[in-house]
Design a protein around this ligand. Structure first.
Ligand SMILES: C[S@@+](CC[C@H](N)C(=O)[O-])C[C@H]1O[C@@H](n2cnc3c(N)ncnc32)[C@H](O)[C@@H]1O
Length: 275
C-alpha cells in the first residue's frame, strides 16, 4: 500500500476518526444494503477500479472492496491521520495490496489518476469549499458509463427516548431542531450540472434496536458530543446542562450506561452515471 502522507494528527481528526469507526461498526448492515444495491445497478460490469473521495478511515472503501472482490481502490483524503488509520485497517484486513491512499486537498488541483469505474463520496462533499469543482474532477476520472455514488446523512443519529428521566422531555428533538437549519442539501442539481445522468436517489432509513454491539454507548456519547459542540447559544442553559449530564454522566442516566438507547437516522444515496 502506498501512503503519500506524513505529519501529526489534530484533535479534530482524532475525534472524527473515532466517530467514523464507530459509525462503521454500528451501521454496518446499512452499508451492506447500499453495496448490494450498487451491485445490482452495476449489472454485468462490476467495478474493478474504485475512487473514494474524502475516504476518512475507509468505511466505504472496505465495504466496497468486500462486495466487489476483484476491485481495488484509490482513497483520497486531506487528513494524514485518517489515511494512516485506513492503511492500518487495510493491513489488518489483508487488503493492503488493493488500496492506494493519497493525501490530497480535493478543493485544489487533483493529482493524475487512472480512469475508474466507480467514484464513492460519503459524508464528504458537504465538507468541500467547492463541491462543484470536486464533481467536475470526479466526472473526468470516471470512464463513460461509470457510476458516481454520493451518500449524505439527512440528520445526526438520534439515540434517546423522549423522556430521559432528568426532566425536560423532548430534549433530543430540540437539539436537532436547533441544528437543522442549512444542514441537508439536494445533490441532484449539482450532479446534473457536472454532466452526470441521475440513475437513482434513495433514502436508507436506519432504525436499530437492541441487541447492540458493546460500542453503542460510546457511539452515542461521541455523536452527542459532536451535536453538543454546535449548540452553544442555540438552546436554553437548562437543556444544555441536561445534555451534558447525558453525555458525561457516569451514573445510570449517562449514555455510556443507559439501557434504553436506540439508533435512528437516515442517509440518502444518489447514484449518477457518466454518459
Ligand atoms: C465525515 S468524514 C467521512 C469519511 C468517510 N467517507 C466515511 O463515510 O466514513 C469527511 C472526510 O472528508 C475529508 N475531507 C474534508 N475536506 C477535505 C478536502 N478538502 N479534501 C480531501 N478530503 C477532505 C476529511 O478529512 C474526512 O476524512
Amino acid at each position: 500500500m502506498k501512503n503519500q502522507h506524513h505529519s501529526t494528527a489534530g484533535a479534530g481528526d482524532i475525534a472524527m476518526a473515532e466517530l467514523l469507526d464507530l459509525d462503521a461498526e454500528v451501521l454496518h448492515t446499512y452499508l451492506s444494503d447500499v453495496t448490494a444495491w450498487l451491485e445490482e445497478l452495476a449489472g454485468d460490469r462490476p467495478p474493478r477500479r474504485i475512487l473514494d473521495l474524502g475516504s476518512g478511515t475507509g468505511t466505504g472503501t472496505f465495504a466496497l472492496l468486500k462486495r466487489f472482490e476483484r476491485a481495488d481502490a484509490t482513497t483520497l483524503d486531506i487528513s494524514p491521520h485518517m489515511l494512516r488509520l485506513l492503511g492500518d485497517r487495510a493491513r489488518g484486513l489483508g487488503m493492503a495490496d488493493r488500496v492506494r491512499a493519497v493525501q490530497v486537498d480535493l478543493d485544489a488541483a487533483w493529482p493524475a489518476l487512472d480512469t475508474v469505474d466507480l467514484v464513492w463520496a460519503a459524508s464528504s462533499l458537504h465538507h468541500m469549499a467547492d463541491p462543484d469543482h470536486v464533481l467536475t474532477e470526479a466526472f473526468a476520472a470516471l470512464r463513460p458509463g461509470g457510476l458516481l455514488v454520493v451518500v449524505e446523512m439527512d440528520f445526526f443519529p438520534r439515540f434517546l427516548p423522549d423522556d430521559v428521566g432528568l426532566g425536560h422531555p423532548g430534549l433530543e428533538a430540540r437539539c436537532h431542531a436547533a441544528l437543522i437549519a442549512g444542514q441537508s442539501d439536494d445533490w441532484g442539481p449539482h450532479l446534473s450540472r457536472a454532466g452526470f445522468t441521475i440513475e437513482a436517489e434513495r433514502p436508507f432509513a436506519i432504525d436499530l434496536r437492541p441487541p447492540f454491539p458493546a460500542s453503542i454507548g460510546r457511539y452515542a456519547q461521541v455523536s452527542l458530543q459532536r451535536v453538543r459542540s454546535n449548540l452553544d447559544g442555540r438552546m436554553s442553559a437548562d437543556d444544555l446542562a441536561t445534555l451534558d449530564t447525558l453525555i458525561n454522566g457516569d451514573g445510570p442516566e449517562g449514555v455510556l450506561r443507559r439501557d434504553d438507547l436506540t439508533v435512528r437516522t437516515t442517509r440518502t444515496v444518489w447514484v449518477a452515471r457518466r454518459p
